[in-house]
Design a binder for this molecule. Structure first.
Ligand code: B1M
Length: 211
């Protein structure tokens, strides 16, 4: 890896926001593709942070400052990732499910969808099934997009699908889901319309469902 990407990687692992910002700017200035900065340095570093947490080397505060540093870098990449030259493709209401505060993946999916021409209603984190249902009720939303990072919160995706059914709006929207513990089998099991393992495939999925 080139030294600038290595510095971004280290900056995230150490939760050093300034180091990340400085080096994301440097990487962009030297012409590194935004996708390479994101995937090779940033997402890879977050994967390692998770690994160290699992091994008992890192604790919640380390994860938190790593996430802050990652978010600062992501903000700099946002305009490059979201470069859109297409008409509105549809409207997506996106959120991280109830009980779950992880928002980096959700934000990334949101940025990429925006870049592909979707209008985004970001419901935030810890989103209750009722809030997703409210978003679907107006009829202006084409897709409900849910993210979950915890095995303990992914069950709230099922709760949301049930809430949409109860409110009589399930057939008015497409439901897509994703996040580290989610699989296609789980999507099938809860009656979602689709699952995507990463942000770019979430865009392809949303486009195919709208088409
Ligand atoms: Co948390 N955490 N965390 N955490 N955290 C994980 C998820 C964990 C895997 C770490 C580990 O043990 N290795 C583990 C979950 C274990 C499990 O459930 N099996 C875990 C845990 C246990 C916890 C707490 C319970 C810790 C505690 O308090 N004891 C706690 C829970 C808090 C809560 O939510 N109620 C907690 C807290 C936190 C922080 C707040 C400190 C922080 C989050 C900060 C924030 O998001 N603002 C945090 C972090 C940073 C992580 C890790 C290290 C990184 C997550 C991340 O941002 N990844 C994570 C370990 C890991 O994932 N390796 C971990 C980068 C991001 C780009 O990837 O979100 O996967 P991801 O998104 C990807 C894809 O999944 C996909 O596209 C994205 C881009 O490619 N995707 C979608 C995501 N959503 C999608 C939706 C789609 C389609 C694709 O369609 C709609």
């Amino acid at each position: 890896m080139n030294p600038v990407l290595t510095a971004i990687h280290e900056g995230i692992m150490d939760g050093d926001r300034d180091l990340v910002v400085e080096n994301v700017q440097a990487a962009l200035a030297e012409g590194t593709a935004p996708g390479d900065i994101l995937n090779d340095a940033m997402i890879a570093a977050m994967g390692e942070v998770g690994q160290l947490f699992e091994e008992g080397e890192y604790f919640v505060p380390e994860m938190l400052i790593a996430a802050r540093a990652m978010k600062a870098g992501l903000e700099l990449l946002r305009p490059y990732l979201a470069e859109a030259d297409v008409k509105p493709a549809g409207k997506v209401a996106i959120g991280t499910v109830k009980g779950d505060l992880h928002d980096i993946g959700k934000n990334l999916v949101s940025i990429m969808l925006e870049g592909a021409g979707f209008e985004i209603q970001d419901l935030g984190v810890d989103v209750a099934p009722e809030a997703f249902t409210e978003a679907a009720k107006g009829g202006a939303v084409d897709i409900i997009a849910m993210s979950a990072l915890l095995t303990t919160t992914m069950t709230n995706m099922k709760e949301t699908v049930t809430a949409l059914e109860r409110a009589g709006v399930r057939d008015k929207v497409k439901v897509i889901i994703g996040g580290a513990p989610i699989t296609q089998a789980y999507a099938d099991q809860i009656g979602a319309d689709g699952y995507a393992p990463d942000a770019s495939r979430a865009v392809a999925l949303a486009k195919s469902l709208i088409a």
